[in-house]
Write a protein that binds this ligand. Structure first.
Ligand SMILES: *Cc1c(COP(=O)(O)O)cnc(C)c1O
Length: 420
């Protein structure tokens, strides 16, 4: 069902399936907190998705994990890149993506981002620029942009695991469908090469949200059938969900693909998809060490060296990430809350988890950390960001742990930078 035979691997990789000895060895070698990205799993996820959408172009949404190791693995596997900022565009080019494999999606782009994207488009005409506001079209025109243009449409439906990532409902993203034709005409009048339509409904489409997904694609399909421009592709965005809880089933890709195809009947354009999370989430774990154990009025608190500055999703979205203790499993199980070192009550990685009674020095693994993990790490509390190890032929340190000098670097060098 899922296409590509062995290379696609099983449709879900649970945290329990990671080899505990290997993870302990990595923590011993590189310290904690440590992100571990398994590139073979990244490739398997890509193969499975590409297998379910055999005629589609797959663009990796770089914002999920912009590490060079991930970008290169996906480029080598045949994916393109969807970039949400000038920085991501620079990193995609640096990782070796050809401009023709890159879409830059401008969301209220700062001037510097647009300047850069227009420069790249001038030097590499194969780059596609996606915009979701009339203002962005005008700002591109002011900069003399005359390249490949894709219009982001506001699908009017949001799917997703949390209101805050349900971008389809939010007027911030895209132009309303009933204005799309007019904005496409404006773009063409400016001399842009109109090549595509885009919508991204939100993150975390699950098996019971297929109707929403189909509605989003249908909205795009309606615009595509209506327009007189010769569209090369229709990009239905990303948002392919992954099971964060052990009890959740993996997304039925075949069903998503079928609904997508159905909605695109009679649309003569290539299908493009932009998965982020799906390709990298279960390819990554975060390793963290317990440094403090507290037993207070019936609750057990395990204080760890990773927290909201390492992995912000639990604090920011209330997201669930599985947590596994890599300590001896002959201990009694307790309900444990795993918290971080940041002075904030939201600094929690997981609440009331059944774990072996924690002890100082225990190693914990936090699952599904490959997407929006290190990418959203911050220096809050003046905390250096964690290291990243890639697993391929063997482990390789691909991002060193930040030092205190990194944290103060922009202050220390404040006077050496030119004025804006
Ligand atoms: C974030 C984003 C994606 C990827 O979303 P996932 O949920 O990680 O698949 C794709 N396209 C756009 C425009 C995005 O903003």
């Amino acid at each position: 069902m899922n296409g590509d035979g062995d290379t696609a691997g099983p449709s879900v990789r649970r945290l329990s399936e990671w080899n505990a000895d290997d993870l302990r060895a990595l923590a011993a070698e590189y310290g904690t907190p440590l992100y571990v990205d398994d590139l073979e799993r990244v490739r398997a996820n890509h193969a499975r998705l590409a297998g379910a959408f055999p005629d589609a172009e797959v663009l990796f949404a770089v914002k999920a994990n912009a590490g060079r190791h991930v970008l290169r693995a996906l480029r080598d596997a045949g994916a393109g890149a969807e970039c949400a900022s000038a920085g991501e565009l620079a990193r995609a080019l640096d990782a070796g993506f050809a401009a023709g494999e890159i879409h830059y999606t401008a969301v209220n782009p700062p001037a510097e981002d647009l300047d850069y994207a227009v420069d790249v488009a001038a030097a590499h005409p194969a780059l596609t620029v996606t915009a979701g506001a009339r203002d962005t079209v005008e700002r591109l025109a002011e900069r003399g942009f005359a390249g490949r243009f894709c219009l982001r449409v506001h699908p009017g439906v949001g799917a997703g695991h949390s209101e805050s990532v349900s971008t389809g409902k939010d007027a911030k993203f895209g132009v309303p469908a009933d204005e799309a034709s007019e904005v496409l005409n404006t773009a063409a009048d400016h001399g842009f090469d109109v090549v595509g339509l885009h919508a991204h409904a939100g993150s975390g489409i699950t098996n019971d949200q297929l109707d929403d997904h189909e509605r989003v694609v249908s909205t795009l399909a309606d615009v595509a059938r209506e327009t007189t421009h010769n569209l090369e592709f229709v990009d239905v965005g990303g948002g392919f969900g992954v099971p964060y809880r052990e009890s959740e089933d993996p997304l039925d890709l075949a069903a998503v693909a079928e609904r997508t195809r159905d909605a695109l009947t009679d649309v003569d354009a290539t299908l493009t998809i932009e998965p982020g999370r799906y390709l990298v989430a279960d390819a990554g774990v975060l390793l963290t060490e317990v440094n403090t154990v507290k037993r207070v009025s019936g609750s057990v608190i395990a204080g760890a060296d990773a927290g909201m500055t390492t992995l912000v999703r639990p604090a920011m979205y209330g997201s669930y990430h599985p947590i596994r203790s890599l300590a001896d499993d002959d201990r009694a199980t307790e309900e444990v809350s795993v918290v971080g070192p940041v002075c904030e009550s939201t600094d929690v990685l997981g609440e009331a988890r059944a774990l072996p009674a924690p002890e100082r020095g225990d190693l914990l693994a936090v699952g599904n950390a490959g997407a929006y993990g290190v990418e959203m790490a911050s220096n809050y509390n003046s905390r250096p960001r964690p290291a990243v190890v890639a697993l391929d032929d063997g482990p390789e340190l691909v991002r060193r742990r930040e030092t205190l000098a990194d944290v103060t670097h922009a202050e220390d060098t404040a006077h050496t930078y030119p004025d804006p």
